[in-house]
Design a binder for this molecule. Structure first.
Ligand SMILES: [Zn+2]
Length: 200
């Protein structure tokens, strides 16, 4: 497939998984952002800022180089406020194919309270292995970028990180994997919460 056709295909796929994330309740309002690497390149597609993941259309996603240069911006929108830390993931993890940053309620609640998400199911233990917490800061801030970078270096094996008082960051080889990791993380957090209720 030519690179142009691959970009068209991935614009559609990014739209599909953005909407699925919103419809699944992994994010609300205009929060969250998702990106995907054009395979074999240092370019990514990323969702724009200020638009709900539930309302993403293929043509509004921006094509960027991982050094931050915008290459294609057909609708003249701003890239996600959290673009910098998405790009840090691609720079630090060459195997990363997609990044899902969402604010799911149960996992985010755990990010306020614990250093790592309890791995309460065999699928969590097998697939996620560990979901450690990193510090977080205001969306778009330089501090947030530094915290994410530090977290990726500190936990090289973690596929998902809890971002304190903020949400989660999932890194997959493709969009489907990043989405499944986010979904499994939220499901694990729900089950951990229920376990805590039952034990009381
Ligand atoms: Zn966020």
């Amino acid at each position: 497939m030519s690179k142009e056709l691959e970009i068209i295909r991935l614009r559609k796929e990014l739209t599909e998984f953005s909407r699925r994330s919103f419809n699944r309740g992994l994010v609300s309002g205009t929060g969250g952002n998702i990106s995907v690497r054009i395979p074999g390149t240092d370019t990514v597609l990323i969702t724009p800022t200020g638009i709900s993941l539930g309302d993403i259309e293929p043509e509004i996603n921006l094509l960027m180089r991982i050094d931050g240069t915008v290459l294609e911006n057909p609708c003249n929108l701003k890239p996600s406020k959290e673009t910098a830390f998405h790009l840090a993931v691609y720079q630090l993890r060459p195997e990363a194919g997609a990044v899902s940053h969402v604010h799911p309620p149960y996992a985010t609640a755990y990010s306020n309270c614990v250093d790592r998400l309890p791995m309460v199911t065999v699928s969590a233990q097998g697939v996620l292995k560990e979901v450690p917490r990193i510090e977080s800061a205001m969306s778009g801030s330089a501090e947030l970028y530094e915290y994410v970078k530090a977290g990726l270096l500190k936990y090289p094996a973690a596929r998902v990180l809890l971002m304190e008082e903020h949400g989660i960051l999932a890194v997959g080889q493709d969009l489907k994997t990043a989405y499944y990791l986010s979904d499994l993380t939220e499901d694990t957090a729900k089950i951990a919460f229920l376990c805590g209720q039952i034990k009381k």
